[in-house]
Design a protein around this ligand. Structure first.
Ligand code: AP5
Length: 210
C-alpha cells in the first residue's frame, strides 16, 4: 500500500506515519528527515536546503523531487511506503504521478492552527536518530534522553514561534491546495487530530483500512 500523509506542520503526520509504518510493516519516507540528515552531513543539497528550512520556507521542488525519486526505488519500498511531508506542492504531486507511482490513499491530519503552536513548542527531537517526542503528550522516559538510542533531545530550530507562523502560512498557501488535487482523484481521507495521540492513532488506522 502506498500512502501519503498530509497536514500542517506539527499536525502529527510524523507521529501517525511512524505508527502506521509499524502496523503495516512498510517504511516511512520523511523528506524533512532526509533533508535534515543532508544538512547535518553537509552534502551539496543539504547546504542548499539549510537556508530555506531554517526560515520556514520550502526547499526547491527539484531538490526534493530528486531525493524522493531515488528513495522510492530502494528495496524496502517494494511492498509499499508512506510519504510523510511529500508532496508539498502541486508540482511535486505531478512529478510523483509522472514517476508512475500509484498512490492508494492520502491521509490528511487536520488540526487547527491554534493548537499547532502548543504542539511544536513542546516538541523535542533526538539530535542523533531524529526520533520525535513531546514534553507533555509523548515524553521521553528520562528527561532529555532519547528512548530509542540514548541521544540528546533538543528543540528543532524551525520550531521557534515566528518560524512556525511562517511555516503555517506556507502550508495554507502552497500545500493545502493538494487536498483538492487528491480529492479530485478520490483518494483523500481526513482524520481530525485529537487531543490524545492514541485517539488519533485509532482514527488513522481506521481511515487507512477503510
Ligand atoms: P518536515 O520535517 O516535514 O516538517 P513539517 O511538515 O513542518 O512537519 P513536522 O515534522 O513539523 O510536524 P508533523 O506533522 O510531522 O508533526 P509531529 O508528528 O512531529 O519538514 C521540515 C522542513 O523541510 C520544511 O519546512 C521544508 O523546509 C523542508 N521540506 C520537507 N519536505 C519538503 C518538501 N516536500 N518540499 C519542500 N520542502 C520540504 O507532531 C508534532 C508534535 O506534536 C510532536 O511533539 C508530537 O509528539 C506532538 N503530537 C502529535 N500528535 C499529537 C496529538 N494528537 N496530541 C498531542 N500532541 C501531539
Amino acid at each position: 500500500m502506498n500512502l501519503i500523509f498530509l497536514g500542517a506542520p506539527g499536525a502529527g503526520k510524523g507521529t501517525q506515519a511512524e505508527y502506521i509504518s509499524e502496523e503495516l510493516n512498510i517504511p516511512t519516507i520523511s523528506t524533512g528527515n532526509m533533508l535534515r540528515a543532508a544538512v547535518k552531513a553537509g552534502t551539496d543539497y543539504g547546504l542548499k536546503a539549510k537556508e530555506a528550512m531554517d526560515s520556514g520556507a520550502l526547499v526547491s521542488d527539484d531538490i526534493v523531487i530528486g531525493i524522493l525519486k531515488d528513495r522510492i526505488l530502494e528495496d524496502d519500498c517494494k511492498n509499499g511506503f508512506i510519504l510523510d511531508g511529500f508532496p508539498r506542492t502541486v508540482v511535486q504531486a505531478q512529478a510523483l504521478d509522472n514517476m508512475g507511482v500509484t498512490i492508494d490513499k492520502v491521509v490528511e491530519i487536520n488540526v487547527a492552527d491554534e493548537k499547532i503552536q502548543q504542539r511544536l513548542s513542546g516538541r523535542r527531537v533526538c539530535e542523533s536518530c531524529g526520533n520525535s517526542y513531546h514534553i507533555d503528550f509523548k515524553p521521553t522516559k528520562v528527561d532529555g534522553v532519547c528512548d530509542a538510542c540514548g541521544g540528546k533531545t533538543v528543540i528543532r530550530k524551525d520550531d521557534e514561534p515566528a518560524t512556525v507562523l511562517s511555516r503555517l502560512a506556507t502550508y495554507h498557501e502552497v500545500t493545502a491546495p493538494l487536498k483538492d488535487y487528491y480529492q479530485a482523484q478520490g483518494k483523500l481521507v481526513t482524520v481530525d487530530g485529537q487531543e490524545e495521540i492514541a485517539d488519533t492513532k485509532k482514527l488513522t488506522l481506521e481511515a487507512v483500512k477503510a
